[in-house]
Design a protein around this ligand. Structure first.
Ligand code: ADP
Ligand code: MG
Length: 243
């Protein structure tokens, strides 16, 4: 096993508001970590520090062997290997679905147009949207848009993907299809951190569940440990509310 992500004593403040108060987390290659916790506990901020969308106040972050705190690190190079999927899909509505998926690899000269088109079609097939290559995003449901967003992320051949509440903006009937795609990725060995309120997904797919509250990791363990026998009173309280 080798560590894909190694975070030590990560702290992040916005002015006087300390949002991350000393996070230690190591994620191994092929591991699926599901992060749960109440709103405002710092989950999104944490994910955003992992590709330097946020600058940490202190602590160390090593991703794929690259020290993100070192100013000499080429962050764009690191970002190419870290996929990120957000609650809001941020597709370009003026482009077709296919063009959205092809955009990053062609713009960054990772693939020529033919390769990018071939890859986009393969990936759209993988997420169950092979017939939507020429469609405009506006004609898709929320769940379909999120699956396009996942295909777009995969087009860069990431080493890991960070998901920030990927199903929270979806109508309930759309959630299952998106989770199924994520589950397939997990099975294929993708390294993933998933922030979600979908406890069924956490139980079924997570190698490890991390409970965050008030800027701390309060507890972590296997799904069996966290859901079956939580040790921390905050974890128990949270699970009583959501289960
Ligand atoms: P979660 O994702 O767990 O709901 P967040 O990481 O979004 O939590 O937010 C944690 C805290 O950080 C909140 O109090 C929020 O108001 C604050 N926060 C997040 N982003 C910013 C920002 N860009 N500027 C100031 N405060 C922020
Ligand atoms: Mg959040």
């Amino acid at each position: 096993m080798s560590a894909k992500i190694e975070v030590k004593q990560l702290k992040k403040s916005y002015g006087s508001n300390q949002v991350l108060k000393g996070i230690d987390l190591t994620v191994q290659d092929n591991e699926v970590v599901v992060m749960i916790g109440p709103s405002g506990s710092g989950k999104s901020t944490f994910l955003r520090t992992l590709n330097k969308l946020e600058e940490p106040t202190s602590g160390s972050i090593v991703v794929d062997g690259h020290d993100l705190v070192d100013p000499k690190t080429d962050i764009n190079h690191v970002r190419e290997k870290i996929g990120m999927v957000f609650q809001h899909f941020n597709l370009f509505n003026n482009l077709t679905v296919g063009e959205n998926v092809m955009l990053a690899p062609t713009e960054l000269n990772k693939m020529n147009k033919e390769e990018a088109e071939f890859t986009a079609k393969e990936l759209l097939k993988e997420v169950g949207l092979e017939d939507k290559f020429d469609a405009k995003p506006a004609s898709l449901s929320g769940g379909q848009k999120q699956r396009v967003a996942i295909a777009r992320t995969l087009a860069m051949k990431p080493d890991m993907i960070l998901f920030d509440e990927p199903t929270s903006a979806l109508d309930p009937e759309m959630v299952g299809d998106v989770l199924a795609v994520m589950k397939a990725l997990a099975k294929e060995g993708m390294t993933m951190i998933v922030v979600t309120h979908e406890m069924g997904f956490a139980k079924e797919v997570a190698d490890r569940v991390v409970f965050m509250a008030d800027g701390y990791i309060m507890e972590e363990g296997t799904p069996e440990q966290i859901f079956g026998n939580p040790q921390n009173s905050r974890t128990q309280e949270f699970l009583d509310k959501v289960l």
